[in-house]
Design a protein around this ligand. Structure first.
Ligand code: SF4
Length: 366
């Protein structure tokens, strides 16, 4: 009984959390975010310089912070997610199941897409407003079609979206939980669903998920700091050939992976702790390089103190996140160990989210 209570305290049933904002308000914000994306596309067409600056220098530098602190808020208001969910809301989705092979390898696919897109920023997207606008329209079209074909968010947001691997890493221990404002009712489309309960979804995926997604998540965590370092250490405008750019990114990611392997060999930390550490590293690296950009928004020319204050704040935030994540992981392992020790069926002491997760898992087995 005590263990069951401990589990419920550590991993509260997401559906029983209070809904702070009514659904109608979320819908209004979702429509506003689509309008903003359409406005941005027009701006990219009419005033390319301003459009590129707004997107790359004002919006994008703050997105990882939102994913790190309140991933559910982003998943509720992302315009691409809203377009993906439109067929569901309109009742025109065919509600199909994503084919098993694609589903099992979806994290590899989304991480691969991200690794292709980041270097593409350097090559084209940072400087070519028309290409960026075409990219937005293309992604919106794909997300809509996937929403027409597949049930819930399984055709895009919980499978192939290139931002998903970052959401999974950064969203392990949200500081602010926002209830899912899209899936009413839940169509049980995704095992370890981040829209239902992010902490337990991450832990289940990391420690009890299918081998593909588990290894994909760990591998992506090991490579991700290299991807960020690669982006910020290559000069712009790029004077290298396309293959050389991708080769440079590949080398940076390989160095990052080797560091992760060394950490694993020297400390014998489990995959969860390694992933946590490399997530912290990636987050700090990102803001280390972005601090001058953000400082410029606050004060121009920016004093050095602003720069170091920003970097220190990010570091402190990531340490707090790390402590919370470490505690949650330890609690999870203790609860699993104790439930095994008294040989009670694990599911009997899980929160409802976990029980549902298991049901979806078995339902989705091919
Ligand atoms: S499992 Fe449910 S909550 Fe999660 S994405 Fe699918 S429909 Fe939405």
């Amino acid at each position: 009984m005590k263990q069951r209570q401990a589990f419920r305290t550590a991993f509260p049933n997401h559906r029983k959390l209070p809904r702070r904002l009514p659904i109608a308000m979320w819908r209004a914000v979702q429509l506003a975010s689509i309008a903003m994306l359409v406005g941005l596309c027009f701006l990219l067409g009419s005033r390319p310089e301003a459009g590129l600056k707004l997107f790359w220098q004002v919006i994008i530098p703050f997105l990882p912070l939102l994913l790190f602190t309140a991933p559910g808020v982003w998943r509720n208001i992302c315009p691409i997610a809203t377009i993906n969910q439109l067929p569901s809301h309109l009742g025109i989705s065919m509600l199909r199941k994503v084919p098993g092979t694609l589903r099992r390898h979806s994290l590899w696919i989304s991480a691969g897409l991200l690794s292709l897109i980041i270097p593409l920023r350097k090559l084209v997207l940072n400087s070519d407003a028309a290409a960026l606008a075409i990219c937005f329209v293309g992604v919106l079209a794909v997300a809509f079609v996937m929403g027409c074909l597949f049930k819930g968010k399984s055709g895009w947001c919980t499978s192939f979206c290139p931002v998903l691997p970052v959401e999974r890493l950064y969203g392990q221990t949200p500081f602010v939980r926002a209830l899912n404002a899209h899936c009413e009712p839940c169509r049980v489309c995704t095992t370890n669903c981040y829209d239902r309960n992010p902490p337990i979804a991450f832990l289940e995926e990391q420690f009890r998920g299918n081998r593909n997604s588990d290894s994909a998540l760990s591998a992506f965590a090991a490579l991700f700091p290299g991807l960020i370092a690669g982006y910020y250490t290559i000069s712009e405008p790029v004077e290298l050939a396309v293959l050389e750019v991708y080769g440079y990114f590949g080398i940076c990611m390989a160095v990052s992976a080797v560091l992760c392997w060394l950490l694993s060999a020297l400390t014998r930390w489990n995959a969860g702790y390694r992933t946590m550490l490399f997530t912290i590293l990636a987050f700090n690296l990102y803001y280390w390089f972005n601090a001058p950009l953000i400082a410029e928004l606050i004060a121009s020319p920016w004093p050095t103190s602003v720069l170091w204050t920003l970097r220190s704040l990010v570091f402190c935030l990531s340490v707090m996140w790390g402590v919370r994540t470490f505690r949650l992981q330890r609690q999870y392992h203790q609860l699993i160990a104790s439930s095994t020790a008294i040989s009670s069926p694990f599911s009997s002491m899980m929160s409802a989210d976990l029980e549902l997760n298991e049901k979806i898992g078995s339902k989705n087995q091919d």
